[in-house]
Design a protein. Structure first.
Length: 163
């Protein structure tokens, strides 16, 4: 690693005064509506991703819904949530490279349309293979890999972590 360059784990644990709640005003209100928005911390997102059990999936939209409910706000920031999914995934891969086996199962976090996020550390093919090993059917459609019938495999966000 280059001198001065932060590791993904450093980025994960750097909370940057997050989470924070902001009022939606101006262009933000035009885009997401009136009310309040949570800007989560990377650890908030990682914690949710860690709760997804083997054989289940979660979408980025579901993560945002959990954050919205947790912080009692109208919306969870889509931009930072997506960035923090990436940070959690790359931090997990750093841990895997260090020999740690119990890492955040980031491959279980998919896009809202059921496709594999191209911004994750492993290739689409590698993630598809892991998901297949966990019982999911993954097909390539055009340039995207999608989990077939993913909606039936999504976690119940109202009971996530309670079992």
């Amino acid at each position: 690693m280059k001198k001065g360059k932060k590791s993904w784990k450093d980025k994960l644990y750097n909370t940057r005064d997050l989470p924070k709640i902001v009022n939606l005003e101006g262009k933000m209100a035009e885009k997401w509506g009136e009310g309040r928005m949570v800007v989560p911390s990377p650890l908030d997102v990682d914690r949710i991703m860690k709760m997804v059990p083997y054989g289940k999936l979660i979408t980025v939209g579901q993560i945002r819904e959990i954050l919205k409910k947790q912080y009692r706000v109208d919306v969870a920031c889509p931009l930072t949530t997506g960035i923090f999914v990436k940070i959690a995934a790359f931090a997990a891969e750093e841990e895997r490279m260090e020999g740690k086996r119990d890492i955040t199962p980031y491959w279980r976090t998919i896009k809202n349309d059921g496709s594999i996020d191209k911004k994750l550390p492993l290739s689409d093919e590698e993630i598809a293979e892991i998901l297949r090993s966990e019982g999911h059917t993954v097909v390539k459609k055009g340039k995207k890999y999608r989990v077939i019938d993913f909606r039936e495999r999504l976690v119940d966000i109202d009971h996530l972590g309670s079992s």
